[in-house]
Every structure is written in C-alpha cells, then in structure tokens.
Design a binder for this molecule. Structure first.
Ligand code: PMP
Length: 434
C-alpha cells in the first residue's frame, strides 16, 4: 500500500479521532502511530506491508491469534443467517448453545450465563446482580463492596468504584460509590490476608461481595499473587455470607495456565466475569456466570427480574464466534500446547534479568513481565521508550507505565515467540544503553 494511503488515514485520524487512554496533544503533535491494515496469527501488518509480532494480543483479546480461519469462517456464516436480535423475549441458537458450552468448561457450580458486551459490562452486571440479589432476598443491609488496591475492573462509573488505581479514579472520585479497597496480596500475602480478615470480621454481615482479579492484577502492572489468597477469600466470604465475584476478563481462557485462574485454587466463585478472549478478539462479547442459588434469588414476579440488559446482549455474531472459540480450544488442544509455550516464554524472559535496567522479572502462564528501573506508575514513560525500540524492530509491546510485559496469543508459533523475546531483549538493552 502506498505512502499516500498512510497519510490519508493519519490526516483523518488526527483530525477526528479521540483515542482511549491517550494524551491527545502529544499524540497529535509527536506520535507517528502504527497504521494497521490487516492481521494474521500473531502478526499485525501495517499499511506499508511491514509486520509486527503482537506482544499483547491487542489488549489481551486475540488468544487464538488474529483472524483464526475457523473464527472468521464462523462469523461469515453467521452474518448470512442472523446478525442481530435482542434477547428480550426472544432466543436463538448461538446464544443458547454458547451458554450450554460455556457452563461445561466453567468451574463446577456456575450454571447460569448472563450475556453482555465487554469486560466492563460483565463486571457491572456482576455488581448489580449482587446488589439486587441482597435487596430482594432479605438482606438489604448488604451494600458494601470490597476490592483491592491496584485493582482494575473496567470503565463504567460502577466498576470504576471497584477500581483501585488512583490514576484512573482521580477525575471521577466524587462520583464513585463507596467501596473498600484492601491491601493487595501482590504487595504482601500475610498483610493482605489479615486486612481481609479484619474487614470481614467487622463488616462481613453488611458486605454484598468481594470482587477480585484472581491471581494477577493486570492493568496495574501484571502484579501476580498466590492462590492462597483466593482460597482464604472463599472461606472468609462463606463464613460471613458475602458473595465472591471473580473478574476473569483478563485471566480467563487459559491466560494463567489453566482455563480459569480460579482453577489454581481451586475455588468456585459465586459470580465469574469473562470477556476479551471469550470471543477470540473478534467482537465485543461478554458473559457473567452465576450459581443456581443466585439465579433463584430472582425467581418470582416481574418486579424480581434482574434489571439489566444491553441492547446487544447475546448478539448472534458474538455468540457464534464465542462457540467457535471453545471448539478451537477443544480441537487444537490450546491449553495443553500453551503450557509448553508458557515455559518458553518464562525462560526467555528470565534472560532479561541480567540487564542493568531490569527489576522484578515475573510470570505466570502466558504472562511475562518486568519493571524498568526508575519511578513506578502508569504515567511513567520509560516503557514507551522500549515500545518505540520494539516497534522499529518489528514487535508491538505496549507497556503499562514502567512495566514491560508480554501476553502474546496462546498459540503463537515457537519461531514468532523466540523472535519476540529477542526483540524485547534488544529493545530493553537499547534503552539501558541510552
Ligand atoms: N476487568 C479486567 C480485569 C480487565 O483487565 C479489563 C480490561 N483491561 C476489564 C475488566 C474491562 O474490559 P473492557 O475493556 O472489555 O470493558
């Protein structure tokens, strides 16, 4: 594709588009962004035909790589049949069979599936579900929500209240509902456990739910913690009667080495939120799973219905693709292969520890991360220097502040993974030498 094409896209982009999580003044004046034209497997291709290995599977969604032929074929077929109907008094094959198939791979005990559009809505639905459940089942005093410092659960005002990253909360602080943010086990297990015990000891009877990103706090910097915390959170929630919500929007579908991070406990939450990889990175689609017990709390008259439902909930295109994702997981033994790949990723990342600007190399499953020396925080720019070095060498490695990390597609080829690791090594080394 010609240079003219890039210029045409950029002219419209810089004139009209407002990008997410982007300081637009710097973007417009200084950034020469990647202009992607197509993608295949673990690679993005720009308008000039250059390829870039996708180091983070596009915000952690393309777990089966880009444009997996079975997913695009399923999508094509579904578009000819039915693109959309709401789930308001109507149903269709794709949503019904997807729900059945998702329950089959979910932690046992989660047997009902509520569909929505994205990770934020999956969690928003979860908190409203818990709130309404208590309001209409004899415990209206259970209105407290507990989450963790450093948590990230999405974008809506509701889930922003659960979020524990100050950068993202600050502009909206006065508008957020009250939520208790406890010490994160990623900053020390013992201290976090004792805070959780104290909190539930004092306020357990008024607690609606504990909401956790299980095992990895992704957005706040791939902060990993031990499964012991999940086990204890399950016990303590049970002891005081509170619900346990796991936000598996990032960790689900094999990212941490098992289908669900909950499986590392193993524990079964009362509510599990899934999105991102659920639809293979093709379409916005999400699911909030719950137990029979919670479902029965909505049994009865019209006034007891769950008052929540997005226009595109259960969209047939998303549901059909989500079914095909599960089929590919089965047929291509994605989880089994990913465990071998995970070792390759972790071993490759460990090499980076020898670089003088690298701290705290860590990993779990198909997640590997490090901190660059210097100030911590999402607004720190050092990771962006690595990003630019990597882009020049043919890889897309968007950082989280000073955290450089890889979360490639689970089925990335060994050759691409090795090349990606080499590029990250060279890019981090180049920044150290600067
Ligand atoms: N929960 C978690 C744990 C996430 O990581 C994210 C997105 N990064 C969300 C929720 C929100 O998902 P979405 O961007 O699809 O709304």
């Amino acid at each position: 594709m010609s240079i003219g094409h890039r210029e045409r896209v950029l002219a419209a982009d810089k004139r009209y588009l407002w990008h997410p999580y982007t300081a637009m003044e710097r973007y417009i004046n200084e950034t020469n962004p990647l202009v992607v034209e197509r993608a295949e497997g673990s690679r993005l291709f720009d308008v000039d035909g250059r390829s870039y290995i996708d180091g983070n599977a596009q915000w952690w969604t393309a777990l089966l790589g880009h444009n997996h032929p079975r997913l695009t074929q399923a999508l094509r077929e579904q578009t000819l049949l039915l693109c959309h109907t709401s789930l308001a008094g109507v149903t269709h094959e794709a949503a019904a069979l997807f729900a059945e198939e998702l329950v089959q791979v979910a932690p046992q005990g989660l047997s009902k599936v509520f569909l929505s559009d994205n990770g934020s809505t999956a969690v928003e639905a979860a908190i409203k579900l818990c709130a309404q459940y208590w309001a209409q089942n004899g415990a209206p005093e259970r209105t407290r929500f507990v989450s963790l410092k450093g948590a990230f659960h999405g974008e809506t005002l509701g889930v922003s209240a659960l979020g524990g990253m100050s950068e993202f909360r600050a502009p909206f602080e006065p508008l957020l509902f009250c939520c208790t943010h406890l010490a994160s086990p990623a900053d020390g297990l013992e201290h976090a456990l004792s805070e959780l015990e104290r909190e539930l000891d004092e306020h357990g009877a008024r607690t609606a739910a504990i909401v956790l990103e299980p095992l990895v706090q992704g957005a706040s910097g791939m902060r990993i913690y031990a499964p012991e915390y999940l086990l204890r959170a399950r016990e303590l929630a049970d002891a005081c009667g509170a619900l346990l919500v796991l936000d598996e929007v990032f960790t689900g579908y094999g990212r941490t080495g098992r289908m669900w991070a909950a499986d590392h406990g193993p524990i079964v939450p009362d509510v599990l939120c899934s999105a991102k990889g659920l639809s293979g990175g093709l379409l916005p689609f999400a699911a909030t799973l719950t137990t029979e017990r919670l479902f029965e709390g909505f049994w009865g008259s019209d006034a007891r219905a769950f008052f929540y439902g997005h226009t595109f909930a259960g969209n047939p295109l998303g549901a059909r693709v989500a079914r095909e994702v599960l089929a590919v997981y089965r047929d291509e033994s994605i989880l089994e292969h990913a465990s071998v790949k995970a070792k390759r990723l972790q071993d490759g990342f460990l090499r980076l520890a020898e670089l003088e600007n690298v701290r705290n190399v860590r990993g779990l499953g198909m997640i590997a991360a490090l901190d660059l020396a210097g100030g911590p925080g999402y607004l720190e720019r050092s990771g962006w220097r690595v990003y630019n070095e990597a882009l020049r060498r043919g890889a897309y490695v968007r950082p989280l502040g000073q955290v450089v990390y890889l979360t490639p597609p689970l089925n990335i080829s060994d050759a691409d993974l090795d090349e990606l690791l080499d590029i990250v090594y060279e890019s981090v080394a180049a920044v150290a030498a600067d």
